[in-house]
Design a protein around this ligand. Structure first.
Ligand code: SF4
Length: 162
């Protein structure tokens, strides 16, 4: 049986983002994988009990997901609340589900402090981007799961098989 693919819930049309919106992604491969039962959907932040909507959060001080995992960085809300523990739990939940269901790949929306895999924001809440990963993407990669962003579906098709 071919490996499954963990997918960000907001990409699958679930309105779970901090702003109460979804960011649905349309691609024929996604339709096929869904029909074949290869997709495993999770919103890591909701799995950790975060509400919808919620305040935007960013990894502080220009750090990245791996720094949060090592205890060297925090995740802060726009009004200063420390939500680091929730983001760590979110990442652990995503990894646990990936392992339980046999996911070798993940397709995650870019830019999120959890799901970002190519870029994140720099912690200033000014829209400045940094190259780097969110907390969930970093933990998945540290555990051997290949993570692709929503702009890399064709690369994922090549890796995971259409
Ligand atoms: S944690 Fe991931 S799946 Fe959930 S809303 Fe944020 S980007 Fe989407």
């Amino acid at each position: 049986m071919r490996a499954k693919i963990l997918v960000s819930a907001c990409l699958m049309g679930h309105a779970v983002r901090y702003d109460g919106q979804a960011k649905p992604l349309a691609h024929p491969a996604l339709d096929r994988w869904r029909e074949e039962g290869r997709l495993v959907t999770i919103c890591p932040e909701m799995s950790a009990g975060m509400p919808v909507p919620r305040l935007p959060a960013e990894i502080a001080a220009g750090k990245a997901g791996r720094d949060v995992l090592s205890g060297a960085a925090r995740v802060l809300e726009s009004q200063g609340g420390d939500v680091t523990d929730g983001f760590l739990l979110a990442a652990e939940n995503a990894l646990a589900l990936a392992r339980q269901t046999g996911c070798a790949y993940a397709l995650l929306i870019d830019g999120s402090p959890s799901c970002g895999s190519g870029f994140i924001y720099d912690g200033s809440f000014t829209g400045r981007r940094l190259k780097g990963e969110g907390v969930t993407a970093a933990l998945l990669r540290q555990n051997g799961i290949q993570v692709f962003s929503d702009r890399q579906v064709d690369e994922l098709v090549a890796a995971a098989g259409a």
